[in-house]
Ligand binder design. Structure first.
Ligand code: DX5
Ligand code: ZN
Length: 217
């Protein structure tokens, strides 16, 4: 009896009104709030850093899910803990020592996530699963909202097998909407990130897709 969570990404929100935007998605049933941190180096786009994330914190009453698209990660872990991240996700491609990074994220009191770019195989995280609370499967090349969904069904299925009965959530990020959500939930996804579908389309309401916990967003 699997709970599917929806995590709207505020990357597609009004940047001048984050507080109101976060309240709106929570009012409409968001389970988590997904925060995309980009450094203009690991990905070709730049968003916000620890002071902004700290300012979002009081508006988030659910779970603040911070996705770091930055390299290096380690020097910033404590700053994101202080900013109030509940889940902190680092890319496996962001450095040589993801094992150490995940340990450090947990040691700082957060849940640890590891993200995989579309070109990275599931096996890249095989030996990290005891240190991770979440694996984020990118279904776009990270950097921008509103891109076309890339089918990663076989990777999601592989990860499900590798995870077995460990308490590791599979999160899908990129191009998730009412068309693609059923594909990824059937493959084994637990957490669905959705940016443009929520903020521009205004609706990813499909209770049959998201499960009983979902209300229309
Ligand atoms: C992409 C980000 C995503 C993005 C998803 O680099 O990690 O979280 O906001 O946006 P959509 O749902 O529009 O693909
Ligand atoms: Zn993201």
């Amino acid at each position: 009896d699997r709970k599917i969570r929806i995590a709207p990404s505020i990357l597609s929100a009004d940047f001048a009104n984050f507080g109101a935007e976060i309240r709106a998605i929570e009012d409409q049933g968001a389970d988590w709030v997904h925060v995309d941190v980009m450094d203009g180096h690991f990905v070709p786009n730049l968003t916000f850093g620890p002071p902004a994330v700290k300012a979002f914190r009081p508006h988030v009453t659910t779970v603040m899910d911070v996705h770091l698209m930055i390299a290096p990660v380690d020097p910033y872990i404590d700053a994101y803990a202080e900013a109030g991240a509940d889940v902190l996700t680092a890319h496996v491609e962001a450095g040589q020592h993801t094992h150490r990074t995940l340990q450090a994220i947990r040691a700082a009191g957060m849940k640890a996530g590891v993200a995989l770019n579309p070109g990275t195989p599931a096996e890249a995280v095989e030996h990290l699963l005891d240190l991770a609370d979440l694996v984020c499967v990118m279904t776009v090349n990270p950097g921008f909202g509103g891109q076309k969904f890339i089918d990663m069904t076989t990777k999601i299925q592989r990860l499900c097998q590798m995870i077995g009965d460990r308490p590791v959530l599979i999160e899908i990020d990129g191009g998730v909407d009412t068309q693609t959500a059923p594909l990824v939930t059937a493959a084994g996804a637990d957490v669905l990130v959705a940016g443009s579908a929520v903020f521009r389309g205004g609706s990813v309401d499909a209770p049959e897709v998201y499960g009983n916990n979902m209300r229309a967003i």
